[in-house]
Ligand binder design. Structure first.
Ligand SMILES: *Cc1c(COP(=O)(O)O)cnc(C)c1O
Length: 226
């Protein structure tokens, strides 16, 4: 089941996005067992993302052979558990997090690769910089010596209006391109979950985070941002 879903998805993204970029599949592994995750890796998943630091730690040694991403809301007091272990933090959503991350990363002589989280739909339930503020945020975040900004991450609002979603996605891509022009480290636009990834890829996403469509419905429901 999992292996079939992974192979089907990898085949669907094999030709890249319309911008000529390779698409990275990140398996969103919250609530999944190490066995399920290892099955996905055996089928071709190269990158996995956890939402909670506790799960990131618990499964770290039980899962083999994938880049470890952190995709959930990150509390400053939990940063220490990601230092030196995290391939990409998708949820750099505020300056006090950047301050603490800088401190911890510097002490460990490590550089944290991060995406700036954008609250695409301006939703109260989600964190991140607004589309209007993300360029200013970038100009400030890029100054932290032990943080390397690699791109942007966003979650679309739940909405039936495809035109509206498309225009939000394209706004993200436009800001991404503006930042990318001035910074060779920028290469990831992380946007797209099980329900909306095709639309996101059409509009220029090059990194998708899929849970349900790879592993099936989650038995324990977690709020996406917890
Ligand atoms: C859970 C989660 C996903 C994947 O969601 P699905 O709808 O199960 O594909 C992607 N991104 C983040 C940040 C998540 O928390």
């Amino acid at each position: 089941m999992i292996a079939d879903n992974v192979k089907k998805t990898l085949a669907e993204i094999a030709n890249g996005n319309p911008y000529g970029e390779k698409i990275t599949l990140v398996a969103a592994t919250k609530t999944r067992t190490p066995e399920e995750i290892n099955e996905a890796i055996a089928a071709g998943v190269t990158d996995i993302g956890e939402n909670r630091v506790q799960e990131f730690r618990d499964k770290f040694d039980l899962v083999r052979g994938a880049n470890r991403h952190f995709i959930g809301h990150l509390q400053t007091n939990k940063i220490k558990y990601l230092i030196g272990k995290c391939y990409l933090i998708h949820s750099l959503d505020r300056f006090d997090l950047a301050d603490e991350l800088q401190k911890r990363a510097e002490k460990a002589d490590w550089t944290a690769d991060c995406l700036i989280e954008v609250n695409i739909g301006n939703e109260l339930s989600k964190s991140g910089f607004s589309l209007e503020n993300v360029q200013d945020a970038y100009q400030n975040l890029v100054k932290y010596p032990n943080i390397r900004i690699r791109g942007l991450m966003g979650m679309l609002p739940i909405c039936e209006d495809t035109q509206h979603l498309r225009s939000l996605c394209l706004s993200m891509r436009k800001i991404y391109d503006t930042i990318k022009e001035q910074d060779e480290n920028i290469c990831y636009l992380s946007m797209g979950m099980s329900g909306d990834w095709k639309l996101c890829v059409e509009c220029g996403s090059n990194m998708i985070r899929l849970g349900t469509s790879l592993f099936g419905p989650r038995k324990i429901q977690l709020p996406v941002n917890d």
